[in-house]
Write a protein that binds this ligand. Structure first.
Ligand SMILES: Nc1ncnc2c1ncn2[C@@H]1O[C@H](COP(=O)(O)OP(=O)(O)O)[C@@H](O)[C@H]1O
Ligand SMILES: [Mg+2]
Length: 359
């Protein structure tokens, strides 16, 4: 049997470039070489696609700095077409790219144009899940529990700050969280406890996006996460919990410090576990996700559950929540990859059944 040739896309233009290298390293290390031939394709911070000769070795050895260097200096840019002659014909692609230009539907659109099966959500599911405002509208429509929130355009904030501040104070109060609609990894997010802090938070978030989302803060929230796997019949893993070391799960606690604690499974009653699992599947379906996603929640002190967000390309190192939750639910890391690749091919085949014309 011929091996499946899988293109692994890593790096990319987002702030989560390094996280992507770590995820890709774990994934490539776990793909069974008897079944898969891995073609690593690196994307530089400037968005150039490259295949340095030694990419696979450097990734496997964990020499991410050297790989970074090799990506930057390598002359061998690949044509922006995964079917071009620089890349052998691929059977499937795994975009291991977190954040904008990877998790947001852009790469997915490109792979659709190239008619290649790929792991994870399609264009629509990826794009709506990246936008915290559209995502919330779809969650609300599906009846999922959300903290009170509102969105505002940057232009409105700049033209009429007073009315934006007043509306937030009247509808949400303090503390509240201010976020750029379209980033990830907590970049540009702040908590505001007063008008003074709110002004600063809106100004910060407005540097990152033209759309801003403000939410009522859940005080002393527990942060619960569930992994979902599947296409038309998605399954949920056990729920896990993150105890951030810092004041909230900001960029530093996520990536710079080693202070957060992962509890797998989360200490919850069986009823709560089931509730989180049902809501996670509901969130997955609400945004039309495919393949995989991690759904994040807040559990308030009084027991109220709120859906916070869905991540369509969650962190994928061996110690990341997404695979750890599956491991605890009986799906080992390697099996999880096999299943995701099968799901990618299944979805591609399912789509190929659609008639393109009326005759
Ligand atoms: N409404 C909220 N109430 C309490 N904490 C929040 C709220 N929104 C965000 N946070 C804190 O900020 C972190 C990052 O917010 P999140 O919306 O998950 O952004 P990102 O997409 O960057 O992960 C959360 O994990 C949580 O610690
Ligand atoms: Mg988050």
């Amino acid at each position: 049997m011929r091996r499946i040739r899988i293109g692994v896309l890593f790096g990319g233009r987002s702030g989560e470039h390094e996280v992507s290298l770590m995820s890709a390293r774990s994934i490539i290390g776990a793909l069974d070489p008897k079944r898969y031939e891995v073609i690593p394709i690196g994307i530089t911070r400037d968005g150039v696609w490259k295949r340095p000769n030694n990419a696979l070795e450097l990734l496997q050895q964990g020499q991410l700095d050297a790989l970074q260097e090799s990506l930057t200096t390598s002359q061998t840019a690949v044509a922006l077409d995964p079917k071009a002659k620089d890349v052998p014909p691929l059977d499937v692609v795994f975009p291991v790219l977190h954040g904008p230009y990877g998790e947001d539907g852009t790469v997915q659109g490109f792979l659709e144009l190239a008619n290649l099966p790929y792991v994870g959500s399609g264009v629509l599911g990826s794009a709506v899940s990246m936008d915290k405002s559209i995502m919330r509208r779809l969650f609300a429509e599906a009846g999922l529990p959300l903290v009170p929130w509102r969105s505002s355009l940057r232009s409105r904030w700049q033209q009429d700050p007073e009315s934006v501040l007043t509306a937030i104070e009247e509808q949400l109060g303090y503390p509240c969280f201010v976020k750029p609609a379209n980033l990830g990894s907590s970049v540009g997010i702040s908590r505001a406890r007063s008008r003074h802090e709110l002004e600063a938070a809106l100004t910060t978030a407005a540097q990152y996006d033209r759309k801003l989302v403000v939410e009522r803060g859940v005080v002393n929230a527990r942060e619960i996460e569930v992994s979902v796997l599947g296409n038309d019949e998605p399954q949920a893993s056990l729920a896990g919990e993150i105890r951030p070391g810092g004041e909230f799960y900001d960029y530093a606690t996520k990536y710079l410090e080693d202070s957060s604690e992962l509890l797998v499974p989360a200490p919850l009653s069986p009823e709560q576990q089931e509730q989180f699992q049902q809501l996670a599947v509901g969130a997955f379906q609400a945004v039309d996700a495919c393949g995989m996603a991690r759904v994040d929640f807040f559990l308030a002190e009084d027991g109220t559950i709120f859906v916070n967000e869905i991540n369509t390309i969650p962190g994928f190192t061996r110690i990341s929540m997404y695979p750890k939750l599956w491991e605890a639910s009986g799906v080992a890391y390697g099996q999880l990859l096999d299943r995701l690749i099968e799901l990618a091919v299944e979805r591609h085949e399912d789509k190929a059944k659609n008639k393109a014309t009326r005759i």
